[in-house]
Write a protein that binds this ligand. Structure first.
Ligand code: FAD
Ligand code: FES
Ligand code: FES
Length: 463
């Protein structure tokens, strides 16, 4: 049995906890406004808002309900399109109608939910940010220009939002119904002391963004440990010169982490290249490692940072370097019931620099064709240490040992880049589209070095 709030009603469900939320919404609750397009997290048609208490704050995040397991919604507030316009169309919906931002209408509920999620968020209310908020929503009819016009009107409409009490301001101004004001207390009343423990369940479930795409039918039948509610597995903390990141920390929480962004000032721009808001709000760090993908963006980053995983099998702990964890295509050095507790790495010193590059077919919501990360320590203009990882070239992430070794002792220059690229090309054997991927490795290596010493590299490097 699981209880949650859907729109303005508390609901209880006696259903398998691996059931995807969109099926509960449409089939059990008969709320058909939430649409199913791809069922893989790609189109945004099924977007809902998920509200959760964070201390005294009630925070809402947009999520793809097609890959959100029911078990991850316990004592949360789920908002569907039906829960928004109890008294007619909201200013957000009106802007879409007036600017012809909706034609067949199939994508529209998803867009509206993403926009409401943006209004409720602490993001700066700019046109650029509202566009990023809908990057996970696809429309086949409008060509997007009319949607952009609607977004522009909406951003103007919320320019005077009271950031100290967004829910009250949005309710007062008709953007959300008044019942939102009472949700925080309802959720508090529903809260109980609940901290699940590991069992012999068939599955470990993080955010579900891989499992519900790859194995939805199996998951629905299975027993599952929902680890997001297990204590001690979430968050970023610095201790004794090391940075520890709990395995259930979501990609959005990495984006929001002050500590991480202080260490790596460009981290937010890198994270914006991963999936979409809806997916980043669900996907966890541990899931990104455990799925063993050769193009996992976090896996690439933390491998270059020489990250170590802490694994726990029924209380028996062991540690393994990420570079030894990936052993074959989607195969990792981990027993099925071993839980990844966290990843940790040394806090970089002031001379250490980190760079990440990703190229896919489009900027947002695409897996990498090639992605790479380079970490260097530079003292007096000379590279003292280097660690370089590249994905998308074969079954596992490449640990570019030779290129890293070559870079040590060098000054960043055109010559260093040209020679380092030769070494890099010698230690890769791209399986598919080899010429294209070799070119991407070269371009990304140049971008990494340029990000560390822009003045040291010129056009000659590209000869
Ligand atoms: C539309 C879409 C876009 C995506 N885009 C990107 C992208 O741009 N870049 C990218 O890197 N990935 C992307 N992904 C892949 C995925 O979202 C990430 O890999 C994510 O981090 C997986 O985390 P999760 O918690 O959702 O995993 P889950 O689906 O919960 O789990 C995945 C696997 O890991 C296991 N697992 C999870 N947590 C643990 C743990 N703590 N210990 C042991 N085992 C565990 C599960 O049992 C399962 O086998 C995308 C996915 C979708 C659906
Ligand atoms: S149906 Fe496409 S993202 Fe859920
Ligand atoms: S209006 Fe038809 S898919 Fe967007």
């Amino acid at each position: 049995m699981i209880n949650l709030i859907v729109n303005d009603q508390i609901r209880e469900f006696d259903l398998p906890l691996g059931t995807s939320l969109v099926d509960v919404i449409r089939d059990n609750l008969k709320l058909p406004g939430t649409k199913i397009g791809c069922r893989e997290g790609d189109c945004g048609a099924c977007t809902v808002l998920v509200g959760e208490l964070d201390g005294e704050n009630l925070k809402y995040k947009s999520m793809a309900s097609c890959i959100l397991p029911l078990g991850n919604t316990r004592r949360k507030h789920i908002v569907t399109i039906e829960g928004l316009n109890l008294d007619g169309l909201t200013p957000i919906q009106k802007a879409f109608v007036e600017e012809n931002g909706t034609q067949c209408g199939f994508c529209t509920p998803g867009f509206i939910m993403s926009v409401v999620g943006f209004c409720l968020s602490d993001k700066k209310k700019t046109f650029e940010n509202i566009k990023i908020a809908v990057a996970g929503n696809i429309c086949r009819c409008t060509g997007y220009k009319s949607i952009e016009r609607a977004l522009s009107i909406i951003v103007d409409g919320i320019s005077k939002i009271d950031e100290t009490d967004r829910i009250a301001w949005l309710a007062d101004n008709g953007f959300i119904p008044a019942y939102f004001n009472g949700i925080k207390n309802k959720l508090k009343e529903m809260a109980v002391d609940y901290s699940p423990k590991r069992t012999d369940a068939d599955y470990i479930m993080g955010g579900g963004t891989d499992l519900l795409v790859q194995e939805l039918d199996e998951v629905e039948e299975a027993t599952i440990d929902f680890i997001q509610e297990m204590p001690g597995l979430s968050g970023v903390r610095i201790e004794n010169g090391k940075c520890f990141i709990g395995s259930t920390t979501t990609i959005t929480e990495l984006f929001e982490s002050e500590a991480l962004n202080k260490m790596f000032p460009k981290m937010r721009s890198y994270i914006n290249l991963i999936a979409s808001h809806q997916i980043r709000n669900m996907a966890t760090v541990g899931g990104n490692f455990a799925n063993g993908s050769p193009i996992g963006d976090l896996a690439i980053m933390f491998q270059a940072l020489d990250g170590t995983l802490v694994l726990n099998e029924k209380g028996k702990k062991r540690e393994i370097k990420l570079k030894d964890f990936f052993v074959g295509y989607k195969t990792v050095n981990k027993k099925p019931d071993e839980l990844i507790e966290c990843v940790y790495f040394n806090v970089p010193g002031e001379n250490t620099h980190f760079s990440f590059e990703k190229i896919g077919k489009r900027i947002h919501l695409d897996m990498a064709t090639v992605n790479s990360a380079l970490v260097v320590e530079i003292k007096d203009g000379i590279i003292k240490a280097a660690s370089y990882s590249v994905g998308g070239l074969g079954a596992t992430i490449r640990n570019m040992e030779k290129t890293s070794g070559f870079l040590v002792g060098k000054k960043i220059s055109n010559k260093t880049f040209i020679e380092a690229n030769k070494v890099a090309q010698s230690e890769i054997t791209p399986r598919s589209r080899p010429e294209y991927k070799r070119l991407l490795v070269k371009q990304q290596l140049l971008c990494h070095l340029m990000s560390f010493a822009p003045e040291a590299l010129g056009l000659e490097a590209l000869q």
